[in-house]
Structure formats: C-alpha cells, structure tokens
Ligand binder design. Structure first.
Ligand SMILES: *Cc1c(COP(=O)(O)O)cnc(C)c1O
Length: 421
C-alpha cells in the first residue's frame, strides 16, 4: 500500500492509512483550541496530558518571552543559570520531603531512563550486584527502548521485543485482589539482584486509566523499603495536580527514592523533565573517581527557556490558586460522571482527582478495539478533543475548564454511545 502524499510529516501513534487528514490548529487559549476552518475545540485531554492551567497562560507566556531574549541555551555541564537553579529549588520545596537532588532532561521517557540509570549506578557504585527491575503489569513509562522495557509488552513494541530487557512483572491490583499484587512484589523483592521497582502512583495512564488506592501505594513502598529495593515513582502523568494533590505520592504519604516529573512541569508550554533522587543516590556517584559519574546528558538539558516556563508554572502553584481550581475541577468531574454509573452501556466508571474514565461496553476491547477510532471521529465532529484508549473513554481537562465545558464533553460522550448503540 502506498500513499498519495499530502504532507511529509509522519505523526506519532498515527496509522496514516486510516487517518491522513490532521486537524490544523491555529491557536490555543485556556481549555480551547482554534482550528484553521473556524472551529473551537474543547481540549478534554489537555493535549495528551500536558496542559495544566490552560493553553497560553499569560504568566507562562510572559516568562518564555523574557527568557528568550536573555539566554536561550547554554551547555549544562560545567555551566548553570538562574532559571534552572530557581526551578530546582522550587521543585524540592514542593516535592515529598526527602528528595534532595534534581537532574534535568527533556521528556517523560528520558526522565525514566535517567531514573533507571541512577538506580543501577547506585548499586554498582556501592558495590552490590543488583541489576533487575520490577514493574507493574499494564504500565506505561515511555517509548524509548529502556522505557518500553519497563512498560507493558504488546502491539506497541512487538517489533522491538528482541531489544527489550527482561523485567519482573507484578500483577495490577484489581479490586479485591490487592494481596496478590503485594505478595508478588514481596516475592520479587526476595529474588537476588532486584535493583528497583518502578510504578505509576495511583493511576496507570496509557495502560487504560487503571486506578488503585493510596494505601496500596504505601504498602508497596514499605515492601520495597524492607529489602532496600529503590522505589521509583513515575509521576510524569500524575504530577501537577491531576490526581487531586500536587503529586500522587502525597496521598499515600510516600517519599519515593527516585521521582520522575515532566508533562505539566512547564504547564504544558515546552518540553522539560526532571528526575529527583535522595541524597544517598547522588552521594553514591559523588567521587573523585570519574568512573562513578552519572553518564547522561541530552543536548538541551535544562534549556533556559523551558526552565523559565517551569519556574512560572511553579510560581502559579505557589500562589494556591491552582490547588483551588484542581479541587473544583475534581468536584465538577464527580458530578458530571455520576449519571454514567447507572448507564448500562458503560462499565468501570471511575475517578481519581481531576481524571475520570469509563469503559464503553463493546464486543471487542483493548487498545486496538475498532470502536476507538470511530469514537475519536465522532468526538472530533462534535469539536471535542477526546482520544479513547480502545474502548476506555477518559476526561482529563485543563484546570481552567468550566462546568459548561464539562457538560459539553459529557453530552458528547453520551451522544457517541447513543450513536454506536
Ligand atoms: C507520557 C508518559 C511518559 C513518557 O513521557 P514523554 O514525555 O511522552 O516521553 C512516561 N511515563 C508516564 C507515566 C507517562 O504518562
């Protein structure tokens, strides 16, 4: 099959033979995107989970503008700059206490790669042979080879399977079967050589918006702690208010040994990521022996403009207003999703903080369920940006979304179900 070329761009997670006409966006403001043909689209998934306060937030835009004319890039080995120093200091103030160092990179995937390298470097440098990684079933940690290795195997990475390293998989804690998960983690921790356990706290995003309670997160942390296994919290999606608190780990009163933040770190304006760690992980690399260096960098590590955007985002969080918005969005979401709990066309209606999800009952499910692309088109025709994961529809709006926006989103979901019935 060959394609009559419209554009030379190869889009992400896109089967061009089934969808070749991209929606052309001219602008964004708050919860809305404006298309070239005059439509206003409600961004119900925060443009792949990155936009927190809304598109083009004036405070963040101003910071980017100012920084761009001062210093737009500088090598970050041997050099530093104020935006990075400010972001690091502010993040450590907000993050669970006990995290002491900040390593910059530029995407969620790279923040996960860095986390794994920190963990393995730690064990090598303190002279203990631990190289195995434990993960949770259905996890998603990114699309680079290492991040795929610790994520769920399936159609997404079948072609690269031979490159992925072997991991220990702990079953997802289905309701009522939580003990199975804990037992499996305990067993994994008992096996020789387990270096770390990486997990998405409270909600597994790309794996289907699968949710589990905070007490379980705490239990998992305690199990790891008991055998010295490093606990890595991948808060790339859950961070920045999504689960109702700034970071999901807060709800379980957990301080991870290593934490990954990205997506909403700049409010969704520019790519940036950080990997935070405890002092002893940094100290294991701290030596006059240069072989103990953390050998990782990306060209744009801690880009000053991205850092200025992140700093502006953190300033917004410091001013409390977003926390109130997060609570209000969570409440509005709770009200909006309630009627679906008794709608027999849906199942597993669920919510964690500002995120809701529900599964459309259909003959086929899973990510490649044929209902997924059909739903996506129906939503697009209704000027809603929703992108179901197979038959799982979820709503993850920016915090500036209004009750009227949510009404429109859920009316669209109801209508799509009517149409497909
Ligand atoms: C999106 C995501 C990633 C990958 O982030 P990118 O910026 O897309 O590389 C990693 N972990 C989780 C939990 C994510 O949701």
């Amino acid at each position: 099959m060959t394609r009559e070329r419209r554009s030379p761009i190869w889009h992400p997670f896109t089967q061009h033979a089934l969808l070749d006409e991209m929606t052309r966006v001219l602008g964004g403001e708050g919860a809305y995107l404006y298309t070239h043909d005059g439509h206003r689209i409600i961004d119900a998934i925060s443009s792949w989970w990155v936009v927190t306060h809304g598109h083009c937030h004036p405070h963040i835009v101003r910071a980017i503008r100012e920084q761009a004319s001062k210093l737009n890039q500088v090598i970050f080995a041997g050099y530093t700059h104020e935006p990075a120093e400010d972001v690091a200091a502010l993040i450590l103030k907000f993050a669970p206490s006990g995290l002491d160092y900040v390593f910059f990179s530029d995407s969620g995937s790279t923040s996960v790669e860095v986390a794994l390298k920190m963990a393995l470097g730690y064990w090598l440098n303190i002279g203990e042979s631990r190289t195995r990684v434990a993960v949770m079933q259905h996890s998603y940690h990114g699309d680079t080879i290492g991040a795929m290795s610790v994520g769920a195997r399936g159609v997404f990475n079948a072609a690269y399977e031979s490159l992925l390293f072997d991991v220990s998989v702990v079953p997802f804690p289905e309701r009522g079967r939580e003990q199975t998960t804990l037992d499996a983690l305990e067993a994994a921790c008992r096996t020789k050589g387990l270096a770390c356990f990486i997990v998405e706290p409270l909600i597994l995003g790309a794996g289907g918006m699968l949710m589990y309670p905070a007490w379980l997160l705490k239990e998992m942390k305690l199990i790891c702690e008991a055998s010295g296994v490093l606990f890595i919290a991948d808060e790339v999606m859950t961070g920045w208010g999504r689960t109702g608190t700034l970071f999901a780990c807060e709800q379980a009163n957990v301080t991870p040994d290593i934490a990954c933040y990205s997506k909403g770190l700049t409010g969704g304006a520019l790519p940036l990521a950080v990997t935070l760690c405890r002092a002893d992980i940094f100290n294991a690399h701290y030596s006059t022996d240069r072989t103990r260096t953390l050998f990782h960098s990306s060209s744009y590590t801690a880009n000053p403009i991205a850092c200025a955007a992140a700093k502006a985002n953190l300033e917004l969080w410091r001013d409390e207003e977003p926390s109130a918005r997060v609570r209000s969005v969570a409440n509005m979401q709770e009200r909006a999703i309630a009627p679906f709990r008794t709608d027999s066309r849906f199942e597993n209606v669920r919510q964690t903080g500002t995120i809701t999800a529900l599964d459309l009952k259909s003959a086929d499910n899973g990510y490649l369920a044929s209902v997924g692309p059909r739903l996506q088109r129906l939503f697009r025709d209704r000027n809603l940006l929703l992108r179901p994961l197979g038959n799982t529809i979820y709503v993850m709006p920016p915090y500036c979304a209004t009750a009227a926006d949510l009404d429109e989103i859920y009316a669209g979901i109801r209508e799509a179900a009517d149409f497909l019935a």
